[in-house]
Design a protein around this ligand. Structure first.
Ligand code: ASP
Length: 354
């Protein structure tokens, strides 16, 4: 296994030695990041760490005969409507002006079709709107005001997506940005924002016929520039489904996932014969190699951000890996629905960013 370009030998060896570090492909570390689902004739779902309810719901619906995309959207809707998840849908963290802008996409394996919305305001369930872009327009992606008008035309109810909790987080961020602007931080230490929160949900579903679908949904990078769109609504970046090969989704730094063509390459790797874990590892290593901007690297030359990738191969293999240790993913293997550790390229010592 080659050392990613620019990653110091010391950092590479340290990661390789650590539990769940850079092990040979297919032996993906302690906690593994892999789930063996008995092939064919089974139902499986994989999601990001915030998606345990999504995988449970999706598998339940598929077992009742639902289409894989309907099941994935219904699973993701639970998290989109939950005000406690600050990374998706209602309750998601806003842009730098305090406005919540949501991104989502869907892809339906059996019909090779997809739909997406970006920078959508006021609608709690952008994945449902993305599904309608797929089925009720001749387009793939609607953005901003046009996406909102389309959602309203289909009867979605406009709401204020900014919860009190999210507003207070945004205000804390705004007040702690600069000592020389006119915003003053509250005195209480606990009110200070320590790191910029991240998050997204992706959900991939396989049914007993071998049909696949996927959904990715997010409020995007917290406090982003208004109009900024990450990987989540971009087919091929935050999600890709090839009904003959497998499905993949991504969370984490969207700019890096777009640049790498993340989910598309994971799926293509599986199509060319890699296991789900090998396919994910290859793309994580590409991202590490391609991160050349010193602004995005730590002292050891490693990416200072995180990306997680999720893969569901058509034969039922499931894998998830991250650049950095500590991430979890949800997987339903047809029997058990549980959170599991992602494998990783780099072990956190507690000091690195990411
Ligand atoms: N991938 C998302 C984006 O870049 C954010 C995240 O998953 O943290 O918009």
């Amino acid at each position: 296994m080659s050392r990613p370009r620019g990653v110091s030998r010391r950092a590479f060896l340290a990661a390789a030695a650590g539990a769940g570090g850079l092990l040979p492909a297919g032996l993906a570390g302690a906690g593994g990041g892999e789930v063996k689902v008995p092939s064919r004739g089974v139902v499986a779902a994989v999601s990001s760490g915030n998606g345990l309810r999504a995988t449970a719901r999706a598998v339940e619906l598929v077992r009742q005969g639902a289409d894989t995309l309907d099941a994935a959207v219904a699973g993701v809707n639970i998290v989109e409507e939950d005000p406690e998840d600050a990374s998706v849908g209602y309750g998601g963290l806003p842009n730098e002006e305090g406005v919540v802008e949501l991104d989502a996409c869907v892809m339906h394996g059996p019909t090779w079709s997809c739909g997406a919305v970006a920078a959508l305001q006021k609608i709690k369930t952008p994945s449902s709107v993305a599904r309608l872009v797929m089925t009720r327009t001749d387009h793939v992606l609607l953005v901003g005001e046009g996406a909102l008008r389309f959602a309203l035309a289909h009867g979605f109810e406009p709401v204020n997506l900014l919860t009190e909790k999210a507003r207070k987080e945004w205000l804390r961020w705004k007040e702690s940005r600069s000592p020389i602007d006119d915003w003053i931080e509250p005195r209480e230490a606990e009110a200070k924002m320590r790191s910029r929160p991240t998050g997204t949900i992706t959900c991939l579903v396989l049914d007993a016929k071998g049909d696949l679908s996927g959904v990715t949904s997010t409020s995007g990078l917290a406090f982003k520039l208004p109009g900024r769109v990450g990987d989540s609504p971009i087919i091929g970046a935050g999600l890709y489904v090839d009904n003959d090969a497998g499905a993949a989704g991504a969370t984490g730094r969207g700019e890096a996932v777009i640049t790498a063509g993340g989910s598309r390459i994971v799926v293509e790797n599986m199509r060319r014969g890699m296991s789900a874990a090998e396919a994910v590892r290859d793309v994580l290593e590409r991202i590490a190699r391609q991160t050349l901007d010193p602004r995005l690297r730590d002292k050891e030359g490693r990416p200072s951000f995180d990306v997680s990738l999720y893969a569901l191969k058509r034969n039922g293999e499931v894998a998830s890996g991250s650049l950095w240790s500590g991430k979890r993913f949800a997987a339903h293997d047809g029997e058990t629905n549980a959170l599991r550790d992602c494998f990783h390229l780099f072990a956190r010592s507690g000091k690195e960013g990411g």
